[in-house]
Design a protein around this ligand. Structure first.
Ligand code: ATP
Ligand code: MG
Length: 579
C-alpha cells in the first residue's frame, strides 16, 4: 500500500474524553474516529490491526477444534426471557420493539441463541463434544462508555460455546480453550496474567479471566508475590484476621444517643472512633429471604462472595421498608445485637469475629451501642449464623499466609464453566449411551477483539507514538522515501517496497511528497515495527537505514541487501511471538 493513497489522518490534538494513552494514540494515529458515545468507525489502519487479531483468534480456535458460525445480532427477547437474562442483564441489554410489536435484543453475548441452536440440532452423545464460536459485533449499553474501545457500546467479540455430555467433558473443553487463549494472547504480543474469577450471574462453577496488567486498567488483579495465587477483586479470598485481644474486661454494652447520625463517617466523628472499630450491618434480600450482613466499617461487602454464602442465589441490598421492618429503626441504625431472630440468616465476616470490641447501630432510630463484643453480645455461631469471607480484599490481607498484592489490569478474555443452566432452560438435551436424556454441560468463552488492540497500545508506546507487536501491527514494515522529489531515492524505496511485496511482507510505502521531519514523526506515531528509510545522503553511498520502532539505533544496509535484511528481521520478530 502507498501512504499517499491511504486514509491515514494523523492528528496532534485529541478530544478531551481521551483519558488514556491507547485512546489518544488510536485517534492520533488515525486508527479510528468516534461516531457517538461508545461507538467508533475504524479507519484502514485500525481495521487492518483488528483483522490481524481476528485472524489469530480464528486460527487458534480452529486449531482447538472449534467451529465458526454466525448468529444474528438481533435476537428475539423471548429467548432471553426464558433464561431470565432479559431482567438479570439489566439496563445494559439493548432492546427494542419492531413494527409488529415483537421485542428484540441486540446481542451482548449469545448463550441463548447458540443453546437454542444446540437444542434443535444436537440429540445424541455421538455429536458431543462440540464447540461453536463466532466473531461478531456485540452491544452493551454500558453505564459509562469510556477509554475508547476498551469500554464501548458496540465492540467485536469472539464468543465460543462448548457442549459436552458430562462435567469431565466440560473440563476437557475448558482446558482446550484455556490453552488456546494462552496462545492467542502470546501471539498478539501481550503480557497477560490469568486470574481466578467468579462465574457470578452466568450461573457456572468456575471461571478464569485473562488480564493485561497496566495502570489504566479498570480491573484489579490480586496476587501473591510467588505467583501461586491470582484472582480478580470479586473472587480474591482472604485469610481470617488474627483474633484481637482486649487487655481489660470490656464493660457491658452502652447505648448512646446519636441524633441523625447514621453514616459510618458521621458516627466515627461523633463518637471519636475509627471505621475499623465499627460493626456495619447491611440488610440484604434474596428472592425470598432477608439476610443480615455484618462487616467491619472500613470494609466493603462483596456481593459475589455473598451470593456464594447464600448458595448461589441472587442477592441485593434490601429496600428501605424491609430494612425498617427488620431493624425497627430508620436506615442507618441497624446492628447485629438481637437481629438473628428477625432474619433468615446472619452472615458475619471473619474480620468481625476477630474484633475484640466495637461500636454498632442499636436497631433504634438515633441510637448506637458501644462496648459491643462479638460472641458475647451477638452470636458468632448458631443455626442461622455463619462466619465467612464476604468482603473485598484490602491491602494488608493475606491468602494462605502470603501477602496479597494489588495491580490494575484490562480484562481481554474470560472463560466460564457454565454447567447446565442454559441447556436446561432452553432444552439442549441429548440421549446418552444408555438412551437416557440429559442436558448438555456447557462452557462459554469470550475474547474482546478491540480490547486486544487497545491493550497492545497501552503496553507498547512511547512519547512519540505506538510501538506495535509485529503480529497485529497494521503493517509489518514501513519503507520511507525521505526525498520523494529525488528520483534516485524514490526509485530505491520503490524497489525495496516491491521486493518486500513480492515476498509476502505486509508493507507500507511512504511515498508522500512531504518533508522528512513530518514523515519521521508519522512513522513513530503509527508505530509500524520495522522502518526502512531511504534518504538522499545514504542512498548516494549505496545504503538505506533499517531500524526497529522499539529501538533507537538504526543500521546501514547496502541497498541491494535491504529487502533480504528486512525479511530476516520481520521473520525473527514473528518467530518470537509464535515460536
Ligand atoms: P467487563 O467486566 O469489563 O464489563 P465482562 O466481564 O462483562 O467485561 P464478558 O461478558 O466476559 O465481559 O465479555 C467477554 C469479553 O468481551 C471481555 O473479556 C472483554 O474483553 C470484552 N468486552 C466486554 N465488554 C466490553 C465493552 N463494553 N467494550 C469492549 N470490550 C468489551
Ligand atoms: Mg468478563
Amino acid at each position: 500500500m502507498r501512504y499517499s493513497r491511504m486514509l491515514i489522518p494523523t492528528v496532534k490534538e485529541v478530544p478531551a474524553d481521551a483519558e488514556i494513552t491507547s485512546h489518544r494514540l488510536m485517534i492520533r494515529a488515525g486508527l479510528m474516529r468516534k461516531v457517538a458515545s461508545g461507538t467508533y468507525t475504524y479507519l484502514p489502519l485500525g481495521w487492518r490491526s483488528l483483522l490481524k487479531v481476528i485472524a489469530i483468534v480464528r486460527e487458534e480456535m480452529d486449531k482447538a477444534g472449534a467451529q465458526e458460525i454466525l448468529v444474528p445480532v438481533m435476537q428475539p427477547a423471548e429467548l432471553w426471557d426464558k433464561t431470565g437474562r432479559s431482567t438479570d442483564y439489566g439496563p445494559t441489554l439493548f432492546r427494542f420493539t419492531d413494527r409488529h410489536g415483537r421485542e428484540s435484543v441486540l446481542e451482548p453475548t449469545a448463550e441463548e441463541v447458540v443453546t437454542y441452536l444446540a437444542a434443535g440440532e444436537i440429540n445424541s452423545y455421538k455429536q458431543l463434544p462440540i464447540n461453536l464460536y463466532q466473531i461478531s459485533p456485540k452491544f452493551r449499553d454500558e453505564f459509562r462508555p469510556r477509554f475508547g474501545v476498551i469500554r464501548s457500546r458496540e465492540f467485536i467479540m469472539k464468543d465460543a460455546y462448548s457442549f459436552d455430555a458430562d462435567p469431565d467433558g466440560l473440563d476437557e473443553s475448558y482446558k482446550l480453550m484455556y490453552d488456546a487463549y494462552c496462545r492467542i494472547f502470546k501471539r498478539c504480543g501481550l503480557e497477560y496474567v490469568i486470574v481466578e474469577a467468579e462465574s457470578g450471574e452466568m450461573g457456572g462453577s468456575g471461571s478464569h479471566q485473562f488480564t493485561i496488567p497496566c495502570e489504566s486498567g479498570e480491573d484489579t488483579i490480586i496476587y501473591t508475590e510467588d505467583g501461586s495465587y491470582a484472582a480478580n477483586l470479586e473472587r480474591a479470598a482472604v485469610d481470617p484476621l488474627p483474633k484481637e485481644k482486649s487487655s481489660v474486661e470490656v464493660s457491658p454494652m452502652q447505648e448512646v444517643h446519636t441524633p441523625n447520625i447514621g453514616s459510618i463517617e458521621a458516627v466515627c466523628k461523633f463518637l471519636q472512633t475509627k471505621p475499623e472499630q465499627m460493626v456495619k450491618t447491611l440488610i440484604y434480600s434474596t428472592r425470598d429471604k432477608t439476610v443480615a450482613v455484618i462487616i467491619r466499617g472500613d470494609h466493603d461487602a462483596n456481593e459475589e462472595k455473598l451470593r456464594s454464602a447464600v448458595g448461589g442465589k441472587h442477592i441485593e441490598l434490601a429496600d428501605e421498608s424491609t430494612i425498617e421492618k427488620v431493624t425497627g429503626a430508620n436506615v442507618g441504625f441497624a446492628g447485629p445485637v438481637g437481629i438473628a431472630d428477625k432474619i433468615s440468616k446472619m452472615i458475619i465476616d471473619h474480620a468481625i469475629a476477630a474484633m475484640a470490641v466495637g461500636v454498632t447501630g442499636a436497631n433504634k432510630t438515633d441510637y448506637h451501642v458501644k462496648n459491643v463484643v462479638p460472641g458475647r453480645d451477638f452470636p458468632l455461631e448458631g443455626e442461622n449464623v455463619i462466619v465467612a469471607d464476604i468482603r473485598y480484599a484490602v491491602e494488608g490481607d493475606t491468602h494462605n499466609g502470603k501477602k496479597l498484592l494489588f495491580k490494575k489490569g484490562i480484562e481481554v478474555g474470560q472463560v466460564f464453566k457454565l454447567g447446565t443452566k442454559y441447556s436446561k432452560k432452553l432444552g439442549a438435551k441429548f440421549l446418552d449411551e444408555k438412551g437416557k436424556e440429559a442436558p448438555c454441560v456447557m462452557g462459554c468463552y469470550g475474547i474482546g477483539i478491540n480490547r486486544i488492540v487497545a491493550s497492545a497500545i497501552e503496553l507498547g508506546n512511547d512519547k512519540n507514538g505506538i510501538i506495535w507487536p509485529i503480529s497485529i501491527a497494521p503493517f509489518e514494515v514501513l519503507v520511507t522515501s525521505v526525498n520523494q522529489d529525488d528520483e534516485q531515492v524514490a526509485n530505491v524505496a520503490e524497489d525495496i517496497y516491491n521486493q518486500l511485496l513480492d515476498s509476502g511482507v505486509d508493507v507500507l510505502l511512504d511515498d508522500r511528497e512531504f518533508r522528512g521531519g513530518v514523515k519521521f514523526k508519522d512513522a513513530d506515531l503509527l508505530g509500524i515495527p520495522v522502518q526502512v528509510t531511504a534518504g538522499r545522503k545514504s542512498v548516494a553511498k549505496g545504503n538505506v537505514e533499517i531500524k526497529l520502532r522499539s529501538e533507537s539505533q538504526s543500521k546501514k544496509v547496502p541497498v541491494e541487501k535491504a529487502a533480504d535484511a528486512t525479511i530476516e528481521l520481520v521473520n525473527s520478530l514473528k518467530e518470537k511471538l509464535n515460536p
